[in-house]
Design a protein around this ligand. Structure first.
Ligand SMILES: Nc1ncnc2c1ncn2[C@@H]1O[C@H](COP(=O)(O)OP(=O)(O)O)[C@@H](O)[C@H]1O
Ligand SMILES: [Mg+2]
Ligand SMILES: [Zn+2]
Length: 298
């Protein structure tokens, strides 16, 4: 039986003792009801009523809930309105972009969480506070920055942490960055070397040359053979010529503190050290090995 009814109370009354299927009509004020004869076991039960939304509306709702839904801030246009101010790139685009840039930066998992916010200069350690300030300023002022940073100091003082924190800060500004441990890079270049053509594959080198901002971690750690020196010079020299920003960390110092200690210059050669003075502001970090704290805590 089908009848048309516009009184909501009447619908509920009928629903209490009848099985009801509700279908909206083309006229919203009228609802077409189909009543079926109750089954014996249903007699005592109360059947709730559900209004079934029309097709277009229900599709819109399920799209909202799905993870690949149209962005509620920009409705897929990529621009979101900031009330009273204007429009800007939508947060959905910047969040996705930051995620992609982060993956492309190849930051080692151990350092994935490093940021400026969770770098704590040790109390009374001026060098760590200074290093933090340099990192912070670089991120804030980029791209109006003409020199990178060379973090220099003993192990565990947070050099790599700060270098990664800079990458994170720049990525949040939409700047593509690349992280490479220098030893790993040299190994990859060596592995791709073709003795016939006497060249290394550009597959490895091109991204290193082209990265807008490059972190080279642990400069000088590899045994300085002629090939290593030439390759370091080629990588850093190419970036120097292209005026690209490079951030470097090293465990080697400029000053020799005892006769057996090697300096950075011993490890990378006079020419490269000299080039680095131009490319990077040297920032010495001193202090205790941060990793020892984990020992104390146990
Ligand atoms: N000032 C600091 N605040 C927070 N974490 C730090 C700090 N210094 C070092 N760490 C942490 O200690 C560990 C070693 O630091 P790392 O950056 O690898 O030292 P380095 O590169 O100088 O050898 C990392 O897990 C790093 O996140
Ligand atoms: Mg390090
Ligand atoms: Zn959006």
């Amino acid at each position: 039986m089908t009848l048309e009814i516009s009184d909501a109370d009447a619908i509920i009354r009928r629903a209490n003792d009848q099985r009801v299927i509700l279908k909206p009509d083309s006229r919203p004020e009228r609802i077409r009801l189909t009543f079926e004869a109750p089954m014996s076991s249903d007699n005592a039960k109360i059947h709730p009523l559900f209004a079934v939304p029309d097709a277009a509306e229900s599709e819109a709702r399920s799209a909202e809930a799905a993870p690949t839904s149209v962005c509620p801030h920009c409705f897929g246009t990529g621009m979101e309105v900031v009330p009273g101010k204007g429009a800007r790139r939508c947060r959905c685009r910047t969040e996705n972009q930051a995620k992609k840039l982060f993956e492309a930066a190849r930051i080692p998992r151990r350092y994935a969480e490093c940021s400026l916010q969770n770098y704590y200069p040790a109390q009374g350690n001026g060098s760590q506070l200074r290093a933090f300030n340099y990192a912070f300023r670089l991120v804030r002022e980029y791209p109006a920055v003409d020199r990178g940073l060379l973090f220099m100091g003993p192990v565990g003082v947070g050099k790599t942490h700060l270098a990664v924190a800079i990458i994170r800060g720049l990525i949040e500004k939409g700047v593509p960055c690349l992280f490479y441990d220098f030893g790993t890079l040299l190994k990859e270049i060596q592995d791709s070397y073709n003795p016939v053509s006497q060249t290394s594959e550009l597959r490895i080198l091109a991204p290193v040359y082209q990265a807008e901002v490059l972190v080279l971690d642990e400069l000088g750690a590899s045994k300085p053979t002629d090939w290593v020196r030439d390759t370091m010079m080629q990588v850093i020299g190419t970036r120097y010529n292209e005026r690209k920003l490079t951030i470097i960390t090293t465990n080697y110092m400029d000053a020799r503190r005892n006769p057996v200690e090697e300096t950075l210059e011993d490890r990378i050669g006079v020419r490269l050290r000299s080039r680095l003075y131009e490319m990077c502001k040297t920032v010495v970090i001193e202090g205790e090995d941060y990793r020892r704290r984990f020992d104390v805590q146990q």
